[in-house]
Design a protein around this ligand. Structure first.
Ligand SMILES: NC(=O)C1=CN([C@@H]2O[C@H](COP(=O)(O)OP(=O)(O)OC[C@H]3O[C@@H](n4cnc5c(N)ncnc54)[C@H](O)[C@@H]3O)[C@@H](O)[C@H]2O)[C@@H](O)CC1
Ligand SMILES: [K+]
Length: 508
């Protein structure tokens, strides 16, 4: 089972490689693809009055003609609609010629709610906005409220970015081939795809050997092997010590959530650093978390308390941008000597809005990496305005470019959080629920990352694991969860891992 995600260009390469090196004809791949689509239709909507198959001019349409033929052979009433004609001699033309049923022009397409529509107009080859007659047909299908099975992608969704070039249907099922593409996992594409079925059509995994995939769905297999294994000889500091910087006395809650989350994630010791009046408030709420004073003009070398600490979280509720910059820069300047890693979140990110170069310069001076950035969309735009505005880039492209520029692991938040590393790896998170959209949820996430980094996880794996655990904890806390509930469910998320109960592996 693979959790790799392929760009459309890599998928086309894998198709070509299989045809040329494994001597599997393109028509065979297309037969297998069409058969997988037909199977999905019959399994889920075999009771439909008619199957109406919308076929484009390329290979996506070719898959549609194969599916139409097999559905007809199975006894369903089938009509195909031709949106263009396959070029002579192509696999799609051959598939078209093997289908002997009715082929109508698009104008004849009149779906009803008892039909099932197979959308095989455009897939990975979509290059521009949808033509008017396609838009009209998709509108008719939407109005009919009939079930839709999309071939590879709903027509109009860009396979690399998940962008909707306009008018795509929301499918009940999307049948794709060999591996998922970013467009199946990134919004709005993910929503348009509905359930995604990945079919094996005979494309060979060896096709990827020369250039292994670097984009993944964020599943436990990615980082499970580097999670700490419980050891009877542990003491609290060997389990990892994390620190969290507190905001002022009227903004202490965010640091408390991050600290509690780091503790629930398994850090053996957690310290909150803050000004004395803020620490008084923490003291009234906390028992097992340590409190240490920190003056506004402190920089790393005056923070003796951070010795032995492997991770610190700076930003949640912090408020003071000048101090945030001084602390962040001094922590990174000392990082090679101390081994301390910095999770910079919220106000810690905004503090560098107009001074990002200073942050990136010190982060690049570190041997290896010492920085994790956790921006949501607004914060990402503050730190990387040119990347944020570049409409030619997908969310994965943006996160990867930002990670390289900042020499940081970048966890770009959202319903489709992307975790990117400077070496080009990226994981797309898929288990977040709407319960995570609540005040303090981001503070919990930064605390989970800090807790895992404190236990010695490499930064990218820590951020990927944190996104997944946060998603599971949010799901377990239910739709009306508040941030405290998410913290309380972190052990439940770990329990799913430990008991091997995560059966939602990416491929069936
Ligand atoms: N051997 C292969 O390469 C295989 C490909 N498969 C299928 O092939 C699909 C990709 O096939 P193609 O590369 O032929 O691409 P598509 O079939 O997605 O579309 C390509 C055709 O549509 C035209 N086109 C693109 N955007 C358009 C627009 N907005 N308006 C009008 N015309 C437009 C292109 O010029 C081209 O003629 C996959 O999505 C998958 O369904 C499968 O059959 C498996 C094997
Ligand atoms: K399609």
């Amino acid at each position: 089972m693979s959790h790799a995600v392929l760009a459309c260009e890599q998928m086309a390469h894998a198709d070509r490689w299989t045809i040329e090196n494994a001597q599997i004809p393109g028509t065979t791949l297309m037969e297998n693809a069409g058969a997988a689509v037909a199977r999905a239709v019959l399994e889920r909507f075999g009771h439909a009055r008619r199957a109406l198959v919308l076929c484009g001019p390329g290979n996506n349409g070719g898959d549609g003609y194969v599916a139409a033929r097999i559905l007809q052979e199975s006894g369903m009433s089938v009509t195909a609609y031709a949106f263009g004609t396959p070029r002579g001699g192509t696999d799609a033309a051959i598939a078209r010629s093997r289908y002997s049923g009715a082929v109508e022009p698009p104008e004849e397409f009149e779906p009803s709610r008892d039909d099932v529509v197979v959308d095989a107009i455009f897939g990975a080859g979509l290059t521009r906005d949808l033509p008017e007659r396609v838009l009209v047909a998709l509108h008719k299908a939407r109005s009919a409220t009939c079930p839709v099975v999309a071939v590879d992608l709903p027509s109009g969704v860009n396979g690399d970015s998940g962008a909707d070039l306009g008018g795509a249907l929301t499918a009940d099922v999307t049948v794709t081939f060999f591996r998922k593409k970013p467009g199946h996992l990134l919004f709005p594409g993910r929503q348009a795809c509905g359930e995604v079925v990945v079919a094996d059509i005979g494309v060979r995994a060896e096709a990827l050997a020369a250039k292994p995939p670097v984009i993944f769905e964020n599943v436990p297999q990615l980082w499970g092997p580097v999670l700490p294994k419980p050891d009877a000889t542990w003491h609290k500091y060997s389990r990892g010590h994390a620190a969290v910087f507190s905001g002022g006395k009227h903004a202490t809650g965010a640091a408390r959530l991050a600290a509690l989350a780091a503790q629930r994630t398994g850090a053996g010791a957690v310290t909150i650093l803050g000004q004395p009046d803020a620490l008084d408030i923490h003291a009234a709420h906390l028992t097992s978390i340590m409190l240490r004073p920190c003056a506004p003009d402190d920089s790393y070398d005056r923070l003796g308390e951070l010795k032995g600490c492997r991770a610190c979280v700076l930003g949640p509720g912090f408020g003071d941008f000048t101090t945030a910059r001084r602390l962040a820069l001094s922590i990174l300047q000392e990082a090679d000597r101390t081994g301390l890693r910095l999770v910079l979140d919220a106000d810690g990110i905004t503090a560098f809005a107009s001074e990002s170069k200073a942050l990136f310069d010190v982060a690049h001076a570190v041997v290896g990496q010492a920085l994790v950035l956790t921006p949501h969309e607004g914060e990402f735009g503050r730190l990387f305005p040119d990347l944020a505005e570049d409409r030619s880039l997908s969310k994965v492209d943006k996160a990867v470019a930002a990670a390289a520029r900042a020499n940081a692991v970048v966890l770009y938040k959202g319903p489709d959080t992307v975790v990117a590393a400077p070496d080009g790896r990226a994981a797309i998170n898929t288990n977040a629920t709407s319960s995570l959209a609540t005040a303090g949820s981001g503070d919990v996430l930064s605390g989970v990352i800090g807790g895992l980094v404190a236990q010695g996880l490499p930064l990218w794996e820590a951020a990927c694991a944190a996104a997944w655990l946060h998603g599971e904890a949010g799901g377990a806390a239910g739709p009306l969860a508040v941030a405290e509930d998410i913290v309380a469910r972190i052990p439940v998320a770990f329990g799913l891992l430990n008991q091997g109960r995560d059966t939602r592996a990416p491929w069936p």
